[in-house]
Design a protein around this ligand. Structure first.
Ligand code: SAM
Ligand code: SF4
Length: 374
């Protein structure tokens, strides 16, 4: 991905599109324009997002070592390869020792934080287990590793308990902020309600987390207007982080039936990059993740996202033996690379994308720290 010269935009005569790029406030229509940009305008969008990122938060990338510690899920999201009804999946729960080893690896290699991710499970045993893990991770890392959780919708009480035990960031994607589209990609029951998802996001804020959300880009039936509203939703929710990846079909899921409606993978990839760039203009100081799903389409996908606006990368530290059972979508990358290999190839590629790694730093969102102070 090209690293643009600083005067790239100013050297061109001003057009309406460039005027939009230089705004501080964006309407839904402005955002749709950005998402539909092609050719020269597309490059201008990426250049402007890169410039805004560097001016606002600098060129540092922070690592969050990702540990997908269980694929046991009580939900049946219609797009997800590890949904409860997919009987082809062999269910696992990594042992405490395996999880702590992965976290130890993160700490020793100066990753500032880890993300513990799993299917959704609200059993008392699971809540207790996560609680114990949080305390142990803090213990083995002299209280230094930052911990993000991504374990789905839980009660406010559980969120509070986990917050007290050491988690300080939580990722819960809204998946789509359009309630009608949300309904299309989830079963129609109380357990999968849009309102429940919104309540969970609000509870996470109440419990004092840095809240991250996000959407899948290129879901069947999704329009550019939906995506523009997703961006405005992140702004209204005043979130500290966003993770957005291309939607990727999985043949053992109900959404697969609608695959003829999908954009090509390359188009979904490109649209995700435009979403990241547009979001960097809309919310200059938040954390934006370069999602693993980008790498499933383009081997350099995450680095391209870093160049044009993202600043967070989540190297996969899940024990290799479990990775093939955490296939949310087809062709999930890094299935047999061990964590060390992933890390080495990542470092070189990050440097090539013009970024610097913020070793041993939590890399909290500047946005959160600002709103936290006020
Ligand atoms: N169970 C938790 C939850 O749903 O929030 C965390 C784990 S879930 C596997 C993490 C994310 O994977 C979801 O928020 C969703 O956006 C993404 N995901 C699931 N299936 C996907 C697919 N087919 N393509 C792209 N992303 C997918
Ligand atoms: Fe479970 Fe999360 Fe997949 Fe939904 S997206 S089925 S909650 S793992």
């Amino acid at each position: 991905m090209k690293i643009f010269p600083a005067d790239f935009l100013s050297s061109l005569p001003m057009t309406t599109f460039q005027e939009i790029l230089l705004q501080n406030n964006f309407s839904q229509e402005d955002l749709v324009n950005l998402l539909l940009a092609e050719g020269e305008e597309r490059l201008q969008l990426f250049q402007r997002a890169q410039q805004v990122k560097i001016q606002t938060i600098g060129n540092k990338v922070h690592f969050r070592g990702l540990v997908e510690f269980s694929n046991i899920c009580s939900k049946d999201c219609l797009y997800c390869g590890i949904r409860k009804s997919n009987e082809k999946v062999i269910r696992y729960e990594a042992s405490e020792e395996e999880i702590l080893d992965a976290c130890q690896f993160a700490w020793t290699n100066r990753f500032g934080s880890v993300v513990l991710q799993s299917g959704e499970n609200s059993s008392p045993a699971f809540v207790k287990r996560v609680d114990r893990l949080l305390r142990k991770i803090k213990e083995i890392s002299d209280n230094e590793l930052g911990i993000t959780l991504s374990c789905g919708e839980q009660s406010l009480e559980t969120y509070r308990q986990w917050r007290e035990s050491g988690a300080h960031r939580y990722l819960l994607r809204i998946e789509s902020s359009n309630p009608d589209l949300y309904r299309k990609i989830h079963p129609d029951d109380d357990y999968h309600r849009f309102e429940r998802r919104l309540q969970a996001l609000s509870d996470l804020k109440t419990a004092g987390y840095q809240v991250g959300t996000g959407v899948m880009v290129g879901i069947p039936f999704q329009t550019p207007e939906d995506l523009a509203r997703d961006l405005l939703f992140f702004e209204q929710m005043d979130v500290a982080m966003v993770g957005m990846g291309p939607f990727l079909e999985h043949e053992d899921t109900p959404v697969y039936e609608f695959r003829s409606l999908l954009k090509t993978k390359q188009e979904r990839f490109d649209l995700t990059l435009k979403m990241i760039a547009a979001l960097r203009l809309l919310m200059p100081d938040i954390n934006i993740a370069a999602a693993t799903a980008l790498q499933a389409i383009d081997p350099a996908g995450r680095e391209k996202a870093l160049t044009i606006g993202a600043n967070i990368l989540m190297p996969n530290l899940t024990p290799c033996k479990y990775r093939k059972e955490y296939q949310l979508y087809e062709n999930k990358p890094c299935l047999d690379e061990d964590a060390e290999l992933c890390r080495n190839c990542l470092e070189t590629r990050i440097e090539l994308s013009g970024c610097e790694i913020g070793y041993s730093e939590w890399g909290d969102s500047k946005h959160f720290r600002k709103s936290d102070r006020t």
